[in-house]
Design a protein around this ligand. Structure first.
Ligand code: ADP
Ligand code: MG
Length: 493
């Protein structure tokens, strides 16, 4: 990050009195924002130190009082801290005003403060704390940053779809205080709008308050993915990031899938565990153990329009995508996509192609599950698609062969790091489209965690149609692929 107009590399100090004690507040590009107390002997004592990106607002109040609102790390998560103090020698109103405006410029680094935010709150998501989370942890942070907030509490299932079909798009972002379910509903409201293209360009910014918070985990990582204040900071300072969505077609009707499609064991544990929703995301582990006990194949015909099937190549592409140059171009990448590339018409292009035709490949072995998606994490405990890229226009399809129970149990450990990717029995494809026909009469089919009829379906990618806000410009994939790569990983024949 460079700050051409302002040399903030040298610390800029402001002398104030905090509760009758002498204090200094200072900032510098390298060392962030800090609050120090100065004792009678002139010894400085650091009271608070935080990243400049965490600074939300600074202003001068009447009676020469300076006020700074910032987030700072408290134990595991960020928390709102307000610093207030009266100017003292040698400061004047003029030096203070200059200091405040320089701090704001450094803290926002080219971004426009005071965003206008639409907020949807699911009061029943996760453990049912959505409203409290918003009131206590989100609203104060947005208010401190002087955002304009228009909040609506959802009243019933599918209410978010109805709202998203018609609400004004005149906002900088849409915040969903919920899990992934509400985001799914919003996108499927967007697709019904005559101005769908404009709707999908409105960034959806997740505030984790559900039991499944995958979008948030993909933005902030497994450790910080549940940090509500960090998610609020992303709403205030995140940059637009485009990412691929999928179209899901069944019985001639097409909807949006932004997260995953699952059938077989992975669907059983997603949908078969609704009754233990209170467990939070541990329910996925409970469901997995149940599936291991059953260990039955899921009979199907799976055909894909495959673009890549070499695991090493995929991992290399992931590494390249994480280089600073690549990351820069991902931010606000909407402009990088030609209007032809940015598909706003979600109708599938390949639905009428024959799976025996050129370019299509049909998988033949007995399958335990098929799990497909476009972002690494499906939950905190599972990085199902470690090599997925936000904007490659491809959906990652993992096909797990039926394996012994002991091996299935072993697969749990390391799933949060994506280790299962390297198993020879896990076949991994990047595809433009795929079609899946289950052979059994009944079973679980999960699209973004929602139950769909157990019938043939067709999936295609919608390159760059999704928009979110990001502090990094890409998905989190932990340390995946950062070590030495296997000499030769078996690619699927
Ligand atoms: P979780 O991660 O716990 O599933 P989500 O936020 O994803 O939480 O939401 C789960 C579901 O809650 C959504 O699919 C939505 O239809 C439903 N929902 C939203 N608001 C309400 C409400 N007021 N009453 C009942 N259900 C609701
Ligand atoms: Mg992709």
């Amino acid at each position: 990050m460079t700050q051409a107009s302002l040399d903030t590399a040298k610390p800029r100090e402001l002398h104030i009195q905090i509760e009758k004690k002498n204090g200094i507040i200072r900032f510098a590009l390298g060392s962030g924002f800090a609050v120090l107390h100065v004792d009678e002997r002139g010894v400085k004592n650091m009271k608070l130190s935080t990243d400049l990106r965490n600074v939300l607002h600074a202003e001068i109040l009447p009676d020469d009082v300076v006020k700074v609102a910032t987030l700072a790390r408290r134990r595991k998560a960020l928390a709102l801290v307000i610093i207030e103090g009266q100017l003292r020698d040698p400061e004047t109103l003029q030096t203070a005003e200059e200091w405040v405006s320089n701090l704001m410029a450094a803290a926002y680094n080219g971004l426009t403060p005071r965003r206008r935010l639409k907020v949807l709150i699911n009061p029943v998501g996760g453990k049912g704390y959505g409203l409290q989370i918003f009131e206590k942890q989100v609203k104060p942070v947005l208010a401190a940053a002087r955002c304009e907030v228009d909040a609506v509490v959802t009243e019933r299932s599918k209410h978010a779809t109805e709202l998203a079909e018609s609400f004004s798009l005149d906002y900088d972002a849409l915040l969903t205080v919920s899990g992934d379910g509400l985001i799914f509903e919003v996108m499927n409201g967007f697709r019904k709008r005559p101005d769908a293209a404009k709707a999908f360009a409105l960034p959806i910014c997740p505030i984790p308050a559900g039991s499944g918070n995958a979008l948030s985990i993909n933005l902030f990582g497994a450790k910080e993915g549940f940090d509500v204040a960090l998610a609020a900071l992303n709403a205030i300072k995140g940059k637009k990031m485009s990412y691929d969505l999928c179209s899901f077609t069944q019985d001639g009707e097409t909807s949006i899938s932004f997260l995953s499609q699952a059938i077989g064991l992975m669907a059983d544990l997603d949908l078969g565990t609704e009754n233990i929703r209170w467990m939070g995301d541990t329910r996925f582990i409970a469901g997995y153990l149940k599936g291991v006990a059953n260990n039955k194949p899921c009979s199907m015909t799976l055909s894909m329009k495959v673009a890549q099937r070499d695991k090493i190549e995929m991992t290399r592409a992931l590494r390249e995508s994480q280089s600073p140059a690549a990351l820069g171009s991902n931010m606000s990448s909407t402009t990088a996509l030609t209007s032809e590339e940015l598909r706003t018409d979600i109708a599938p292009r390949f639905a009428h192609e024959d799976i025996d035709g050129p370019g299509w490949f049909t998988f033949e072995k007995p399958i335990l599950y098929v799990y497909a998606g476009t972002m690494p994490y499906v939950g905190r405990d599972m990085m199902a698609f470690p090599v997925s890229l936000p904007l490659d226009g491809l959906v990652d399809v993992s096909v797990q062969e039926l394996v012994s129970r002991p091996l299935m149990l072993k697969m749990i450990s390391g799933a949060e790091k994506g280790d299962q990717f390297w198993l020879p029995s896990q076949h991994y494809f990047k595809a433009e489209a795929y079609r899946l026909r289950p052979h059994d009469e009944s079973g679980n089919l999960s699209i973004d965690g929602e139950r769909f009829p157990y019938k043939e379906f067709h999936v295609e990618t919608l390159k760059g149609l999704g928009t979110t806000l990001s502090m990094t410009g890409t998905w989190h994939s932990g340390d995946f692929g950062k070590g030495e790569l296997p000499v030769k990983a078996k690619s699927t024949k």
